[in-house]
Structures are given as structure tokens and as C-alpha cells.
Design a protein around this ligand. Structure first.
Ligand code: ADP
Length: 194
């Protein structure tokens, strides 16, 4: 249901996405959208958590995901990832398919870009088709919102251009009104026709 909702949302927001005809190559813009709300409500193949090194749960989106997933998620993290997660790296948790991704503390564009790349590599390797990212590092970790948004969009665009065979859908799941405005504005700029 949510996947269908998402595709419809994309087509209404970005008219070019609707113009895709079967047989023609999809553009990166046909594969993304911005959606505002609670990431735990999305029934996607993968939702991305912005975790901490320990992967033992925390506040912000991490707290919301652990609460929604139940204690089995924490048990799996303890059992499988006792050494945690390094900044820029991503770990796939079994069962719930919630990849725990660790963003940088503060402004570090290379590590932030690595987060998006690490997740998309897992998504592709695991043959997942739908993934939703929160605004990694922009909460407790303090990355300036617009700079983080631009890194996220540029990294994902570059990944889609480098992996044109991946025919999935990526949602930028924004939570705050200011991020909704930033993403809408910058998607238009960064994903615009070359
Ligand atoms: P970080 O430690 O990486 O900064 P935070 O969880 O503090 O992670 O913040 C990342 C972003 O997630 C912020 O924009 C915050 O508003 C947002 N957020 C918080 N709860 C949710 C939720 N349930 N769904 C989606 N995004 C959320």
C-alpha cells in the first residue's frame, strides 16, 4: 500500500516522473521522492536508522525505530553487531530489514556521503526495491540542515547515475517542516535536467 502511495505521490509532485513510458529508461528523478512523516510508518523493503556507534538504541529517529520494531531489534543488534557501527558505515539488521546507519557527528560531508552510499550498496546487494532515508545527522548530531540535504541529494543522484540498472524507489523521509522545504527546493535544483 505504501509503495503504491509513494509512486503516486512522486508522479503528482514531479510531473516528469509521470511522463515515464514503459520501455524508456527511467531518470534518477523517476526514482526518488520527498515524503514528510514518521519513517516507521512506511512499509518499505528497508528503512534507514540514524543510529549511534553502539547500535543499542537512542533518541530521535533511533528511539522511534526501536520502539516500533520491538525488543527483537535490540536483541539482534546485541547478537550480531556487538562491535557496533563506524561513522559512514551501515549495517543490515535481519528480520525487520532496518539498516542501522551511522552518520557523522557535526559537519563531515565525506562521512555523510558514505552513509548514503553504504546503505544503497546494501539495498542493491540484498535486492531490495524500496528504501526510506531520514535526515541523517541533522538532529542530535548537529549537521546543518541545508548542507546535509545537499550532500544527501547529490550522493543519491550520483549513485543512481552510476547504477542505472537498479529499478527501485528511494524516499527522503523528512520529519520537520524546515527539512520538507529544503528537500523540495533542492530536489528541483539538484535533480533538474542536465
Ligand atoms: P542524528 O543523531 O543522526 O542527528 P536524529 O534522530 O537526532 O539523528 O535526527 C535525524 C532526523 O530524524 C531529524 O531530522 C529528526 O527530526 C528526524 N526524526 C525524528 N523522529 C523521526 C521519525 N519518527 N521519522 C522520521 N524522522 C524522524
Amino acid at each position: 500500500y505504501m509503495t503504491r502511495f509513494y509512486v503516486e505521490y512522486t508522479e503528482s509532485t514531479f510531473p516528469r516522473a509521470g511522463s515515464h513510458t514503459p520501455g524508456s529508461e527511467k531518470t534518477p528523478l523517476d526514482k526518488i521522492c520527498v515524503w514528510q512523516g514518521d519513517i516507521t510508518s512506511l512499509e518499505f523493503d528497508a528503512i534507514v536508522n540514524a543510529a549511534n556507534e553502539q547500535m543499542m538504541g537512542g533518541g530521535g529517529v533511533d528511539g522511534a525505530i526501536h520502539k516500533a520494531a520491538g525488543k527483537s531489534l535490540l536483541e539482534e543488534c546485541i547478537a550480531r553487531y556487538s562491535s557496533g557501527c563506524a561513522p559512514g558505515d551501515a549495517k543490515l539488521t535481519g528480520g525487520y530489514k532496518l539498516p542501522a546507519d551511522l552518520g557523522p557527528r557535526g559537519e563531515n560531508p565525506v562521512v555523510l556521503a558514505n552513509c548514503y552510499d553504504s546503505v544503497l550498496q546494501i539495498v542493491k546487494n540484498e535486492n531490495l526495491k524500496t528504501v526510506a532515508f531520514p535526515c541523517i545527522s541533522t538532529g542530535i548530531f548537529g549537521y546543518p540542515n541545508e548542507k546535509a540535504c545537499r550532500v544527501a541529494l547529490k550522493t543519491v543522484l550520483h549513485w543512481l547515475q552510476s547504477n542505472p540498472g537498479w529499478d527501485g524507489r528511494i524516499v527522503f523521509c523528512v520529519f520537520l517542516d524546515k527539512d520538507k522545504h529544503l528537500y523540495d527546493k533542492n530536489v528541483k535544483k539538484i535533480f533538474a535536467d542536465p
